[in-house]
Design a protein. Structure first.
Length: 342
């Protein structure tokens, strides 16, 4: 199946420092030594990626890795020093200020770690605010705002002020506000990191529910790998401004491209990430007593495996057809010892 590229960048650099553009004259690419010697900061270095329509693409890395700077380059909230950014195949580097403003108003939704709600406006007023900026009349903007308020689970609180809401509820208002414009691409920069762990988990669940309803194209920043593997279709790991590896959570865990990626993922229980399809054996039968989906995580199969007899196997199914088999022992060992045998 051909996948539609919604957003992409090619060889994007963002270098902070006086007259940084001259470093790239004549097609040159500065080395780390050149940047350091000139007192420049290479916040993003040669980033290339595609974000496909309808996927959750997570950019992650430690503090200072360049992930937030890269997302700001993708939206041209800051201008890359060099490179190409395409939104629906349109080169954003060629867009003028007015065109960029229109795209951000109508095609991009943004949620940041700090909610930045307007304290003098109610929930309804905050959510309707971007529509007011667009010039939508009061009746229609409030009607649309009420729909997304209901969507994020805040129906009945539309007349509350931010100070009357919990942290999780305030974040829901921020999410609703960004969705009110019905964006093509939704950018979220560590939206849950300021929340308490229980509320954060709740918001992650809410986020998954919203995506199952809306099927948005999402670029999501986090430094939390547990959060990433719960939410992501694919993950880009950054270090010192560079993208080190892009892949599904399973690919990053099972086939890390570098020692850095291996260290980044080593604490993650394999049973939470590895699917039945990744460790199945060729099917030895056309019929199995128990069947599991190829995408099912091993951890979710533990209870069923524990009830099976020794030596029993699951039939692994994809699109209704048997594509392999998975032994009871593989499932139990993966959960029991963290998956080292995998």
């Amino acid at each position: 199946m051909t996948r539609t590229v919604k957003l992409s960048c090619r060889n994007v650099w963002k270098v902070f420092g006086e007259d940084a553009g001259q470093l790239f004259e004549g097609g040159k690419v500065p080395s780390a030594e050149t940047l350091d010697a000139g007192g420049y900061i290479g916040a993003v270095r040669g980033a290339t990626l595609n974000v496909y329509e309808g996927e959750i693409f997570i950019i992650m890395g430690l503090s200072g890795s360049g992930k937030s700077t890269l997302v700001r380059c993708l939206t041209r909230l800051i201008n890359p020093t060099m490179g190409e950014v395409l939104f629906d195949a349109q080169d954003l580097m060629q867009a003028n200020s007015r065109e960029l403003i229109e795209m951000r108003r109508h095609k991009m939704g943004m949620v940041f770690q700090h909610f930045a709600l307007l304290p003098h406006r109610t929930v309804l007023g905050n959510v309707a605010f971007p529509l007011e900026i667009q010039g939508v009349d009061k009746r229609n903007r409030e009607e649309r705002a009420l729909k997304v308020i209901d969507l994020v689970g805040l129906a009945g609180r539309e007349n509350y002020y931010p100070r009357e809401l919990s942290g999780g509820q305030q974040q829901r208002v921020g999410i609703a506000r960004s969705l009110a414009v019905e964006p093509d691409v939704w950018f979220l920069d560590e939206p849950f990191s300021a929340l308490d762990p229980l509320i954060r988990r709740e918001m992650q669940g809410e986020f998954i529910r919203l995506q199952n309803v809306l099927h948005k194209t999402i670029v999501f920043i986090t430094h939390d790998f547990d959060e990433a593997i719960r939410l992501a279709d694919r993950i880009a790991i950054m270090k010192d401004g560079e993208i080190i590896q892009i892949g599904s959570p399973e690919e990053l865990v099972l086939a890390p491209a570098t020692d850095y990626v291996r260290e980044f993922t080593q604490a993650i229980p394999r049973a939470k990430v590895v699917s039945a399809g990744a460790v199945m054996s060729p099917a030895a039968s056309a019929d199995y007593g128990q069947k599991v989906d190829r995408k099912a995580r091993l951890g979710s199969l533990l209870a069923r495996a524990a009830d099976m007899e020794k030596g029993a196997t699951f039939g692994v199914v994809e699109n209704g057809a048997i594509v392999g088999e998975l032994s009871r022992e593989t499932v139990i060992n993966a959960v029991a010892d963290g998956g080292e045998e995998l």
